[in-house]
Design a protein around this ligand. Structure first.
Ligand SMILES: [Zn+2]
Length: 180
Protein backbone atom coordinates (compact mmCIF):
# COMPACT_ATOMS: atom_id res chain seq x y z
CA UNK A 1 0.00 0.00 0.00
CA UNK A 2 1.21 3.42 -0.84
CA UNK A 3 1.28 6.20 1.64
CA UNK A 4 0.89 9.76 0.64
CA UNK A 5 2.45 12.56 2.57
CA UNK A 6 0.60 15.83 2.86
CA UNK A 7 0.73 17.91 -0.26
CA UNK A 8 3.05 20.84 0.03
CA UNK A 9 2.32 24.18 -1.57
CA UNK A 10 4.72 24.92 -4.35
CA UNK A 11 7.29 27.30 -2.96
CA UNK A 12 8.42 30.45 -4.72
CA UNK A 13 11.83 29.70 -3.28
CA UNK A 14 12.56 26.06 -4.11
CA UNK A 15 16.21 26.32 -3.15
CA UNK A 16 15.40 27.47 0.37
CA UNK A 17 14.62 25.28 3.33
CA UNK A 18 11.02 26.19 4.11
CA UNK A 19 11.18 24.84 7.65
CA UNK A 20 14.18 26.83 8.82
CA UNK A 21 12.37 29.48 10.80
CA UNK A 22 14.19 32.00 12.91
CA UNK A 23 13.08 32.33 16.50
CA UNK A 24 11.36 35.61 17.29
CA UNK A 25 14.26 37.32 18.99
CA UNK A 26 13.98 41.06 18.50
CA UNK A 27 11.41 41.80 21.21
CA UNK A 28 10.21 44.78 19.10
CA UNK A 29 6.49 45.49 19.05
CA UNK A 30 4.35 47.76 16.89
CA UNK A 31 2.95 50.83 18.63
CA UNK A 32 -0.44 52.45 18.28
CA UNK A 33 0.45 54.52 15.23
CA UNK A 34 1.84 51.53 13.38
CA UNK A 35 -1.28 49.51 14.06
CA UNK A 36 -3.45 52.38 12.87
CA UNK A 37 -1.43 52.83 9.68
CA UNK A 38 -1.72 49.14 8.86
CA UNK A 39 -5.50 49.38 8.56
CA UNK A 40 -6.36 48.90 4.90
CA UNK A 41 -3.08 47.13 4.12
CA UNK A 42 -3.37 43.69 2.54
CA UNK A 43 -3.31 41.00 5.28
CA UNK A 44 -0.45 39.16 3.54
CA UNK A 45 1.72 42.26 3.71
CA UNK A 46 0.76 42.85 7.36
CA UNK A 47 1.72 39.25 8.18
CA UNK A 48 5.11 39.59 6.48
CA UNK A 49 5.81 42.95 8.13
CA UNK A 50 4.77 41.66 11.55
CA UNK A 51 7.04 38.64 11.15
CA UNK A 52 9.90 40.88 9.97
CA UNK A 53 9.66 42.97 13.14
CA UNK A 54 10.00 39.81 15.24
CA UNK A 55 13.33 38.91 13.65
CA UNK A 56 14.67 42.35 12.68
CA UNK A 57 17.99 43.66 14.02
CA UNK A 58 16.56 47.17 13.69
CA UNK A 59 13.39 48.45 15.35
CA UNK A 60 10.83 49.96 13.00
CA UNK A 61 7.28 51.29 12.77
CA UNK A 62 4.71 51.70 10.01
CA UNK A 63 4.13 55.26 8.79
CA UNK A 64 1.92 54.70 5.77
CA UNK A 65 -0.26 52.08 4.17
CA UNK A 66 -3.43 52.90 2.32
CA UNK A 67 -3.55 56.29 0.57
CA UNK A 68 -6.39 58.20 -1.02
CA UNK A 69 -6.12 59.51 -4.57
CA UNK A 70 -5.84 63.06 -3.18
CA UNK A 71 -2.94 62.12 -0.90
CA UNK A 72 -1.17 60.41 -3.79
CA UNK A 73 -1.61 63.47 -6.06
CA UNK A 74 -0.08 65.63 -3.36
CA UNK A 75 2.94 63.32 -2.90
CA UNK A 76 3.58 63.20 -6.65
CA UNK A 77 3.39 67.01 -6.80
CA UNK A 78 5.97 67.16 -3.98
CA UNK A 79 8.22 64.68 -5.80
CA UNK A 80 7.96 62.21 -2.95
CA UNK A 81 6.27 59.67 -5.15
CA UNK A 82 6.86 59.13 -8.85
CA UNK A 83 3.67 57.51 -9.93
CA UNK A 84 -0.10 57.76 -9.83
CA UNK A 85 -0.07 53.96 -10.14
CA UNK A 86 1.18 53.62 -6.55
CA UNK A 87 0.44 50.39 -4.76
CA UNK A 88 -0.53 52.50 -1.73
CA UNK A 89 -3.75 53.34 -3.58
CA UNK A 90 -6.59 50.86 -3.09
CA UNK A 91 -5.89 47.98 -5.49
CA UNK A 92 -8.55 45.88 -7.23
CA UNK A 93 -9.16 43.95 -4.03
CA UNK A 94 -9.60 47.19 -2.07
CA UNK A 95 -6.38 46.81 -0.07
CA UNK A 96 -3.14 48.77 -0.19
CA UNK A 97 -0.40 46.50 -1.48
CA UNK A 98 2.35 48.80 -0.17
CA UNK A 99 3.67 49.81 3.20
CA UNK A 100 6.21 52.41 4.39
CA UNK A 101 8.41 51.66 7.39
CA UNK A 102 10.37 53.98 9.65
CA UNK A 103 13.60 52.86 11.30
CA UNK A 104 14.47 53.61 14.93
CA UNK A 105 17.98 53.71 16.29
CA UNK A 106 17.79 53.48 20.08
CA UNK A 107 14.27 54.86 19.97
CA UNK A 108 15.14 57.74 17.63
CA UNK A 109 14.00 58.04 14.03
CA UNK A 110 16.83 57.44 11.59
CA UNK A 111 17.13 57.85 7.82
CA UNK A 112 20.43 55.97 7.67
CA UNK A 113 20.04 53.76 4.60
CA UNK A 114 21.97 50.87 6.17
CA UNK A 115 19.23 50.66 8.81
CA UNK A 116 16.64 50.30 6.05
CA UNK A 117 18.76 47.65 4.39
CA UNK A 118 18.75 45.75 7.70
CA UNK A 119 14.95 46.01 7.81
CA UNK A 120 14.88 44.78 4.21
CA UNK A 121 16.96 41.76 5.28
CA UNK A 122 14.26 40.92 7.83
CA UNK A 123 11.49 41.51 5.25
CA UNK A 124 13.29 39.20 2.83
CA UNK A 125 13.54 36.46 5.47
CA UNK A 126 9.85 36.87 6.34
CA UNK A 127 8.91 36.68 2.64
CA UNK A 128 10.85 33.43 2.27
CA UNK A 129 9.23 31.90 5.35
CA UNK A 130 5.74 32.90 4.24
CA UNK A 131 6.30 32.35 0.52
CA UNK A 132 5.37 35.91 -0.38
CA UNK A 133 6.60 37.85 -3.39
CA UNK A 134 7.48 41.46 -2.56
CA UNK A 135 9.69 44.27 -3.81
CA UNK A 136 11.82 46.82 -1.94
CA UNK A 137 11.77 50.52 -2.85
CA UNK A 138 15.56 50.69 -2.92
CA UNK A 139 15.91 47.85 -5.42
CA UNK A 140 13.03 48.18 -7.84
CA UNK A 141 14.58 45.84 -10.37
CA UNK A 142 14.15 42.79 -8.11
CA UNK A 143 10.51 41.75 -8.28
CA UNK A 144 10.82 39.06 -5.57
CA UNK A 145 13.28 39.93 -2.82
CA UNK A 146 13.21 36.35 -1.50
CA UNK A 147 15.01 35.25 -4.66
CA UNK A 148 18.06 37.40 -3.87
CA UNK A 149 20.74 35.38 -2.09
CA UNK A 150 22.90 38.18 -0.66
CA UNK A 151 22.41 41.05 1.78
CA UNK A 152 19.82 43.61 0.71
CA UNK A 153 22.35 46.43 0.77
CA UNK A 154 24.14 44.67 -2.10
CA UNK A 155 20.88 44.42 -4.02
CA UNK A 156 20.38 48.17 -3.59
CA UNK A 157 23.90 48.83 -4.88
CA UNK A 158 23.14 46.63 -7.86
CA UNK A 159 20.01 48.69 -8.58
CA UNK A 160 22.00 51.94 -8.35
CA UNK A 161 24.64 50.56 -10.75
CA UNK A 162 22.00 49.44 -13.24
CA UNK A 163 20.30 52.84 -13.23
CA UNK A 164 23.58 54.72 -13.60
CA UNK A 165 24.67 52.47 -16.46
CA UNK A 166 21.40 53.48 -18.15
CA UNK A 167 22.15 57.15 -17.47
CA UNK A 168 19.13 57.31 -15.17
CA UNK A 169 18.90 58.61 -11.62
CA UNK A 170 18.18 55.88 -9.04
CA UNK A 171 14.96 56.41 -7.10
CA UNK A 172 15.75 55.13 -3.61
CA UNK A 173 12.70 54.71 -1.37
CA UNK A 174 14.19 52.71 1.50
CA UNK A 175 11.07 52.67 3.71
CA UNK A 176 8.84 51.25 0.94
CA UNK A 177 7.83 47.61 0.41
CA UNK A 178 5.12 46.28 -1.87
CA UNK A 179 3.53 43.01 -2.89
CA UNK A 180 4.34 41.87 -6.42
ZN1 LIG B 1 5.62 53.66 -0.09
Amino acid sequence: MMEFSRLKLTSLFPSREPDVQKEPTSGFKFGKRSRREMKGVHPTLIAVTTRALEISDVDFGVTAGLRTLEEQKRLVALGRSQTMKSKHLPQEDGWSHAIDLLAYDNGKVTWEISMYAAIADAMKQACIEQNVSARWGAAWHQQTIGMWKGPMEELMNQYVDIRRSQGRTPFIDGPHFELT
